[in-house]
Design a protein around this ligand. Structure first.
Ligand code: FES
Ligand code: FE
Length: 433
């Protein structure tokens, strides 16, 4: 990027002006800088501990542009192993998931155990005495930590602890993790899709309350057709719910929280779930009240949350819970993974409701995601008009209490992003870059 283009964000709080330079969505140099300054420095979501419940279980996936293995060792410990053979580089694990005592590299057959230690080298006697197996274990990220089952990695040893990094987002992860006494589990399978759009457009979209009605008209029409009361079953209007808040959670994280008109399989009954299930939902709700008191039970059961954890993790706790993580492949192309999260002890009938919601609204073939992807790709195509250099993110900026359809949450993201992208680098970081 040339010097003039290095203004990525205009943030004039007095005037209420907030603009983002559209080159940040199209410029390959900007993406390179993001890789170093954002993805190599922040805590990045790698997976959920429930995905590897037994010793030897593994999941291989790409995280922050790197192939990795989420593996539970024979000692019961969950590790993140970098999926590259320490001999000459090949992937040592080429399956998506499974259970294995060892990972054997297909190239020259070096073998690692489930803890990542090198345990077999064909023809080892050909190496000099300087060859030490210990030095060839599979590498691991500089930091790995877990908050209530959510596992994150960080490639910078100097970055603050995960606990501090998550800042105010912990409260909202708790509202998800508390949905079961036995813990939460990722339902097997993943929705994997891609979009011809910059990854930050999906950040904005994931908690954009402004686009709901125009972009998802078809879905709201469908809800109305199947008999959902669009004023909500509590006098709550789907377009402007009460008990709503938009919160800047610090460190670039933000959340929308609102009372939703739709049903939530956790414990918010709506007529479309069927009269016969009402008592069951009342019982679930009673148990939450017993555990947490009326106010917290209400929040867990009846409010929905769109939570963005900087930079690229979104947890939508709405009519189902979706964990969504996405990565740039190119400035105008991203890959998205979405998993459904559910209580360990959920009944088969509740689980069916949840998964139906997961597919119907949120899935890549559902009512929402195709419309969203279409809009993001449309923005990306529009950026070809380089004469129009800036996007506007100022909605609600001068309002004392921004509403759900304002853009405070996006400004929280962009301010943190801009800080990381422009802050002076230490000599060490400059050398590494
Ligand atoms: Fe893996 Fe040679 S690259 S054994
Ligand atoms: Fe949407």
């Amino acid at each position: 990027m040339d010097k003039t283009a290095e203004v990525f964000v205009i943030d004039d709080r007095d005037a209420g002006i907030f603009r983002v330079n559209r080159r940040v969505f199209t410029d390959p140099e900007c993406l390179e800088r993001e890789r170093r300054r954002v993805f190599d420095k922040c805590w990045i979501y790698a997976g959920h501990e429930s995905e590897v419940p037994h010793a030897g279980d593994f999941q291989s996936r790409n995280v922050a542009g790197r192939p990795m293995i989420l593996a539970r060792g024979d000692d019961g410990k969950v590790r993140v192993l970098l999926n590259t053979c320490t001999h000459r580089g090949a992937l040592v694990c080429r399956q998506k998931s499974g259970n294995a005592k060892t990972f054997q590299c297909p190239y020259h057959a070096w073998t690692y155990n489930s803890r990542g230690q090198l345990i077999g080298v064909p023809g080892e006697d050909s190496y000099s005495p300087a060859f030490k197996r210990d030095e060839f274990a599979l590498a691991q990220p500089a930091q790995v930590d877990n908050y209530r089952g959510f596992i994150f990695v960080c490639f910078d040893p100097a970055t603050e602890s995960l606990y501090d990094y998550l800042a105010g987002a912990k409260e909202y992860l708790d509202l998800v993790a508390d949905q079961s006494e036995l813990g939460m589990k990722v339902v097997a399978g993943v929705q994997a899709y891609s979009a011809r759009a910059n990854w930050k457009l999906l950040v904005e979209n994931s908690y954009d309350g402004y686009h709901g009605l125009p972009t998802h008209q078809r879905y709201f029409g469908f809800l109305s057709d199947i008999g959902v009361d669009m004023r909500g079953n509590n006098g709550n209007n789907i377009a402007s719910p009460h008990r709503q808040q938009t919160v800047d959670l610090g460190n670039g994280h933000a959340v929308l929280e609102y009372q939703s008109a739709w049903g939530r399989p956790i414990a918010h009954w709506v007529p479309s779930f069927g009269e016969h299930r009402k008592a069951h939902f009342e019982e679930l709700r009673r148990r939450f009240e017993e555990r947490f008191g009326a106010e917290r039970a209400y929040r867990i059961c009846e409010t929905s949350r769109n939570l963005g954890i900087f930079p690229n993790l979104v947890i939508n706790d709405i009519m189902a819970i979706t964990i969504r993580a996405f990565y740039p492949v190119a400035p105008d192309y991203m890959e998205v993974n979405a998993w459904a999260l559910a209580p360990m002890d959920e009944s088969a009938e509740d689980s069916a409701l949840r998964l139906d919601n997961f597919l119907t609204f949120l899935g890549p073939g559902g009512f929402a995601t195709p419309d969203d992807v279409e809009m993001l790709e449309s923005c990306q195509r529009g950026f070809a008009n380089r004469e129009v250099g800036w996007s506007d993110i100022s909605r609600g900026m001068k309002r004392e209490k921004p509403s759900l359809t304002d853009e405070l949450q996006m400004r929280a993201f962009w301010r943190r992003w801009n800080q990381l992208m422009t802050e002076p680098q230490t000599a060490r970081a400059r050398r590494a870059a």
